[in-house]
Design a protein around this ligand. Structure first.
Ligand code: ZN
Ligand code: ZN
Length: 623
């Protein structure tokens, strides 16, 4: 048999079942069952291949089997698991085949129902700017997939009379976007980088599930009716058509910003793992990469493990872990944590289970390295000022030079910002005038043992001692600041008019123990304002201390000079009948002191040469 009204199919636009519904409709059949039964085509023909020769015969040869088979959603031979969809393929998940979708205005105008209406993300007719329908406008019954074209509902309501709801511009734009992809056109500018229809549909399904809750999975795999799908399409359209801002805004909306925990799950909930699962395909790599860059970018700065799917390098995140920062800076994680807490490093510490995790902004690490390279150690400050490290420490203790801690490796180590050192010198220069009399620079003062540098500086800053500044002097900074010798001598001058120094400083200058100084005074090697236990605090004559090394020598010093032992020195000098000025007393830790002139006389006789050295007979120290 043949059907009375024979119409031509539209192979570029129409599906096989849509064409058969149209044939049934034009021929006045109430349903397709009779027609399919007559040509021995099973109802599964929509997605399963079958013999269409009977159908071709019934249609009176207006078309052929190959054309009809090309219109069907049959499995693709080249892409396993996909169904043919015109010139492309789609996954069965992306086809909505439980109902027939239609545009009432298209039906009223006798337009062919295009196969693209069967796609799950396609909810609006771009020609008429209205939502598609999948139900009867009067009774709300579903319109079956194989409903003959233009046939009224079982409630006798016409499906083409009532205009549908207007569609949103986003839904219409998305329909146009899908139309373009179905025809093989690449996406327009500003749209997501999708290469085919299938990719776009999966993105619509994924991003359409609003704020995924517990029912996310069922929401993702479900095939909702047009009315529900319209809302999802709206949401997905912003991601697909406002690229990449729509996607970035979507990610932003998923961020939780927890106070605890640092994992991606803590930050984004299950969103990212779902994204990874749903878009696990090389075709989404560009989209995944955008997500990856965004979560590690300046907006979120989420730190990921190197093993994480969403991991990006530190240059992209701008954040490093405390461990990495510690490695770079040579500090422990605990120190890094303390530096974060003190604000020396910009970063964040967060509880993560039983421990705390710390992150540092990588540019903050760089700044830290830079400032650490810039700060001066005590030795550098001493060199710059032209004084000893000990005096720098004294200046710091007297708060004359400001220091910083925590920048060096150890917490206790004080370092100095260059500006702190210069401001100290500036302060001194501000107190100084230009007159130059018989003056001495502060770095020279620093080397004097008769006066304390700190004391002089305090007096200068207090305006008690005039200071002079000679900008022509280069070298260490304190070289150019001078004080008058007369003012210095006023500071520490004994009754004899000679500068004097304390027992301690005298001992230090001589490189001896302090207990030696009163003994030397008593022996007449040093002069002092008073002697013995009553030795005045600043009673030792500076000149006698200065002259001591020229006139006297200890056994130890002689031993060092002649590369022998103190005992040999002692025995030889005793043998040569040289009397020490101060006898040794090993029990009290006192070594013998000899007159240089006596020693030189013996040395001239070459007594110290090992060849004719007499063997030391006595093992004990000689008195
Ligand atoms: Zn329409
Ligand atoms: Zn109805």
């Amino acid at each position: 048999m043949r059907v009375a009204v024979r119409i031509l199919p539209d192979p570029t636009n129409e599906s096989l079942h849509g064409y058969l519904a149209r044939v049934a409709g034009y021929n006045g059949y109430k349903n397709l069952s009779w027609l399919l039964g007559a040509v021995a085509v099973p109802r599964s023909f929509v997605t399963r291949p079958c013999d269409l020769s009977g159908l071709v015969q019934m249609l009176g040869g207006v078309t052929d089997s190959a054309t009809l088979a090309g219109m069907a959603f049959w499995p693709s031979v080249t892409s396993l698991g996909y169904l043919r969809f015109g010139s492309t393929v789609v996954s069965p998940y992306n086809l909505s085949l439980q109902r027939s979708k239609y545009c009432p205005v298209c039906c009223a105008n006798d337009r062919v129902a295009p196969r693209i209406w069967a796609l799950i993300g396609y909810v609006a007719c771009p020609h008429h700017s209205c939502l598609l329908r999948d139900e009867c406008p009067r009774c709300g019954d579903a319109v079956p997939l194989l409903h003959p074209y233009r046939l009224q509902c079982r409630c006798s309501a016409s499906l083409s009379d009532t205009p549908s709801d207007p569609a949103s511009s986003a839904a219409i734009a998305l329909s146009r976007f899908l139309d373009g992809l179905a025809l093989g056109n690449p996406p327009t500018k500003g749209a997501a980088p999708v290469q085919d229809l299938e990719t776009a549909l999966r993105l619509i399904r994924f991003f359409g599930v609003a704020h995924p809750g517990q029912s996310w999975r069922s929401g993702y795999i479900s095939k909702p009716l047009v009315r529900e799908m319209a809302g999802r399409v709206e949401q997905a359209a912003s991601v697909l058509l406002d690229w990449p801002h729509g996607l970035l805004a979507f990610i932003d909306s998923q961020r939780r910003r927890p106070t605890e925990g640092i994992s991606l799950t803590a930050e984004f909930g299950p969103f990212l793992s779902r994204l990874r699962e749903a878009l696990n395909d090389p075709r989404f790599e560009e989209i995944i990469e955008t997500v990856r860059r965004h979560i590690s970018g300046p907006t979120h700065r989420v730190l990921t493990k190197p093993s994480s799917f969403f991991h990006t390098t530190a240059e992209q995140t701008g954040i490093v872990s405390a461990k990495t920062a510690g490695k770079v800076l040579g500090l422990t994680t605990a120190t890094i944590a303390r530096l974060i807490a003190s604000g020396a490093l910009r970063g964040e510490s967060r509880r993560m289970g039983g421990r705390r995790a710390h992150f540092v902004e990588s540019n903050s690490v760089e700044n830290f390295i830079h400032s650490r390279a810039r700060v001066l150690t005590v030795a550098e400050v001493a060199r710059d000022l032209g004084i000893s490290t000990f005096q720098v420490e004294r200046l710091r203790q007297h708060r004359l030079v400001a220091s910083v801690t925590g920048i060096g490796n150890s917490l206790q180590e004080h370092r100095y910002l260059p500006e702190a050192v210069t401001s100290f010198v500036e302060q001194l220069r501000a107190c100084a005038s230009n007159g130059l009399a018989d003056s001495v620079s502060l770095s020279e003062v620093a080397r004097m043992r008769s006066v304390a540098l700190v004391e002089i500086i305090r007096q200068i800053l207090a305006g008690l001692i005039p200071a002079y500044y000679d900008p022509s002097i280069t070298g260490p900074m304190l070289d150019s600041i001078l004080v008058c010798r007369i003012d210095l001598s006023k500071m520490r001058i004994g009754s004899s008019g000679c500068p004097r120094m304390s027992v301690r400083s005298a001992a230090k200058a001589l490189g001896m123990a302090a207990r030696m100084v009163p003994l030397l005074v008593n022996a007449g090697c040093l002069t002092a304002s008073s002697s013995g236990k009553a030795l005045a605090r600043h009673g030792v004559s500076l000149r006698s201390v200065e002259e001591f090394p020229k006139l006297y020598a200890t056994s130890r010093r002689l031993a060092v000079r002649h590369r022998t032992s103190s005992r040999v020195v002692m025995s030889k000098l005793t043998a040569a009948r040289v009397t020490p000025v101060l006898r040794s007393d090993p029990r009290r830790g006192i070594s013998a002191v000899w007159r240089q002139a006596d020693v030189e006389r013996v040395s001239a006789m070459d007594l110290f040469s090992p060849a004719n050295a007499p063997k030391a007979k006595s093992r004990g120290g000689l008195g």
